[in-house]
Design a protein around this ligand. Sequence first.
Ligand code: NDP
Length: 449
Amino acid sequence: MADGMSLSGFMDWIVDRNPGETEFHQAVYEVARNVVPFVQEYPVYAKIRVLERMAEPDRVISFRVVWADDSNELHVNRGYCVQFNNSIGPYKGGIRFHPSVNQSVLKFLGFEQTLKNSLTGLPMGGGKGGADFDPKGRSQHEIMKFCQSFMTELYRHIGATIDVPAGDIGVGAREIGYMFGQYKRLTNAFEGVLTGKGLEYGGSLLRPEATGYGAVYFLEDMLGHRGDAIDGKRAAISGSGNVACHAAEAILQHGGRPVTLSDSSGFVHDPAGITQEKLDWVKEHKKQRGNRISAYVDQFPGAEFRSGARPWGVPCEVALPCATQNELLADDAGQLLQNGCIAVSEGANMPCTAEAVDAFQEARICFAPGKASNAGGVAMSGLEMSQNAARLYRDENDLAGALRTIMRDIHAACVRHGEAGGGYVDYVKGANIAGFKKVADAMLAFGVV
Ligand code: NDP
């Protein structure tokens, strides 16, 4: 941030140099709204132009991924490796396989990841990767071929001290296994180069659960700060993948009642509550990418499926958007507020638009941005890295305690930097300032690099 530059001046600069990258502009704006005034207050950061430097990735690599399907037909996809900022540790972020993947989406995710990883308190920088490959309807063999071809280029750019990717949309334990196998084959090195691995070959207990559980821990802490609790509350949850299912599981463990799940075809509403047994069925059903959540209503009478709709019109006290970016708009926020929702914890990355966030904050309900509330996943990945480096495994109780402590510490940091008067906490501001400060101080220490 140059001396005297305004928020609008900064954003004009960002939009000019990143044309058409709307998701990236949105993510930068959501941070700059809080950080520009902070930087103006502390000229030491303005002088070294730290915000401009943080909004420019260290590098963006894009590459061709060619693979043959089961009929021997060839396909060409585009892969990416976005290495955003490694000031406080090796680049780290998930790999996403989804047709909507492009440079803008991965830059927004890498930028957010830098601040999120800083909030965990662990030594991890920010990055992201992925491809515009659609795993839906692909056989296991085709997915393996794609993962191998993708890693055949990616392996040149990553390493246990360089860049350590994990999973994200479309990439779970199975895909991580195929990519780890190919990395090992190409390099002849067994090292913790990916996280979210299977337990047999260096994975960590609780990694699959950590993002969804962590988002619910953060919700618990926000409500606790107001003298309230999850017990007895109905939760509207979107998505039916890794994050959504584990968020629903944690809501149950806290005495709440998950009432919705969704996918890109629509959502199911089960007013009686999605029990652990029903959730186990969903997890098994959605293992096959392409299976639809609509099949839930055939299994569990009493539930209804609404095609092409999102779950935010359903009566609930808490909401956890856990599917994808920009899936909760201003109108949805209005409906949630009208129905008495008092807290929103983002499980996905940037699921709420800026207008939706404004509506929640104006109504002074609890709102947790994903960079704080979904940081449990990358925190557990950080603990997987440290287990791999030390060549040991930590037990479940130990890791569960560590995850709970990390989420509590993130909440406390947000409260510290986000007190907004009258007992209200602006968690967006708190997360942005706390995450920014650590990275900025490291960049300050390095000089002009
Ligand atoms: P999964 O692939 O396991 O699940 C994604 C879910 O979101 C699926 O139900 C999918 O439906 C739905 N979805 C995807 N795109 C859309 C869309 N355009 N509209 C509606 N629904 C959609 O991914 P994860 O659960 O791992 O990730 C979910 C979110 O959480 C992402 O934003 C991710 O970045 C974020 N996140 C994930 C972490 C992790 O540890 N996995 C860590 C931190 C954040 P369908 O089956 O129809 O595609």
